[in-house]
Design a protein around this ligand. Structure first.
Ligand SMILES: *Cc1c(COP(=O)(O)O)cnc(C)c1O
Length: 385
């Protein structure tokens, strides 16, 4: 099967190998928060283990968690209603995305993916036998798809549009108005939308998150929403993703999951449940993390501003910046590998996200690494003149 390995994990692996060999590496490749999971969530999972919650659970998730998630999507994200049966808990948001794609796409279908995109989408589409169709956006358009561009790309074979706001790798956040226009086009052509909202709580500068599935009855029948605990609560290793889907899709996803992985880890789900049962504590934990991220976001953006011939938007979400390096006269792969070799700084080449001429830097790193890394990058870029 012609599937590429995840390039973001590959950069991380190479940086870790150099580090293990004793090199002083500044790694901006990481795709996960550098904080620990909040203590009260860990405690709840430990309690669940002690209480013997060590057995199979219903394939689609423990009922308490599905109920709480449904409530949250209504209360916080503005869904007009959502039954717990429409909520599926999966082993990771990545798997939630894959099951969503698999459940609606057949061989021959086209799936529209705006670039820069999260690396796994096109490969997941291919695994489903469908065809990824990339719609390029750039920094001039702040990495956002326009409704005109979407309308032009839709054919009779188009089945699904994938949206990801806040975005990995760009950190771009769509406004409500922008999303409304895109949803309107999608509904007019009767295509599904997969809305990957895994970074929904990681926002800065007063940016607001908006869920397309909340735009009324018709939208609720066409939008599959994916979120999860990994990024919000620093729970990447727990492997817990969540989905809210129209009833037919939710049924297909639950069936697929029951025949492949079965339930996400039972005691992990009880830990996650605590985040929803204690919203105050949970939002305090997120706010504390966001404050640190925001400081780093500004510092990294300012630092990159000093690097000759590199330009960068100040993104309003997630924990990435996506500077343009095309003025330096080399492609993103050569840039990333020379930077790692010469200065021991790890970044992910933009080409991995379908965007040549850019690189992705994660600011889920310590201040010290960031300061040192930017200084080295500055030196490296200056040496290219
Ligand atoms: C991290 C991430 C996910 C899911 O991560 P999991 O660890 O599988 O929960 C989904 N979409 C995007 C865009 C991501 O960056």
């Amino acid at each position: 099967m012609n599937i590429s390995p995840s390039p973001t994990l590959a950069v991380d692996a190479k940086a870790k190998a150099l580090k293990a060999a004793g090199e002083d590496v500044c790694g901006f490749g990481a795709g996960e928060p550098d904080f620990d999971t909040p203590e009260f969530i860990k405690e709840a999972a430990i309690r669940a283990l002690r209480e013997g919650r060590t057995k199979y659970a219903p394939a689609a998730g423990i009922p308490e968690l599905r109920e709480k998630l449904a409530e949250r999507w209504v209360a916080v994200n503005g869904f007009s209603r959502l039954e717990p049966s429409q909520v599926i808990v999966s082993p990771g948001g990545k798997y939630s995305c894959y099951l969503a794609i698999l459940s609606v796409c057949s061989p021959g279908d086209e799936v529209l993916i705006p670039s820069p995109y999260w690396v796994s989408y096109p490969e997941m589409v291919k695994l489903a036998g469908a065809e990824p169709k990339i719609l390029a956006t750039g920094d001039q358009r702040e990495f956002r798809l326009s409704p005109e561009q979407l309308a032009k790309a839709i054919t009779s074979r188009t089945r699904l549009l994938i949206l990801n706001s806040p975005s990995n790798p760009t950190g771009a956040v769509y406004s409500r108005e922008e999303l409304e226009k895109l949803v309107e086009v999608a509904l007019r052509h009767n295509i599904y939308i997969l809305s990957d909202e895994i970074y929904e709580q990681l926002l800065y500068d007063g940016a607001r998150h908006c869920s397309p599935a909340s735009f009324g009855e018709e939208a609720a029948r066409s939008v599959i929403t994916v979120s999860g605990f990994s990024k919000t609560y620093s729970m990447t290793g727990w492997r817990l993703g969540t989905m809210a889907a129209p009833p037919g899709v939710a049924k297909a996803v639950a069936d697929l999951q029951s025949q492949t992985t079965s339930n996400a880890t039972t005691f992990a789900q009880y830990g996650a449940l605590e985040a929803l049962r204690q919203p105050k504590e949970a939002s305090q934990a997120v706010a504390a993390m966001l404050e640190v991220f925001d400081g780093r976001r500004k510092a990294l953006h300012a630092g990159l501003g000093e690097v000759p011939r590199v330009t960068c938007l100040l993104a309003q979400g997630a924990f990435y910046l996506f500077p343009r390096i095309s003025e330096l006269g080399m492609n993103s792969t050569d840039f990333a590998s020379a930077l790692l070799e010469k200065e021991k700084v790890a970044v992910v080449p933009g080409v991995a996200f379908g965007a040549e001429g850019y690189v992705r830097l994660s600011y889920a790193v310590s201040d010290e690494v960031m300061e040192k890394g930017v200084e080295r990058m500055n030196r490296f870029c200056a040496s290219l003149q």
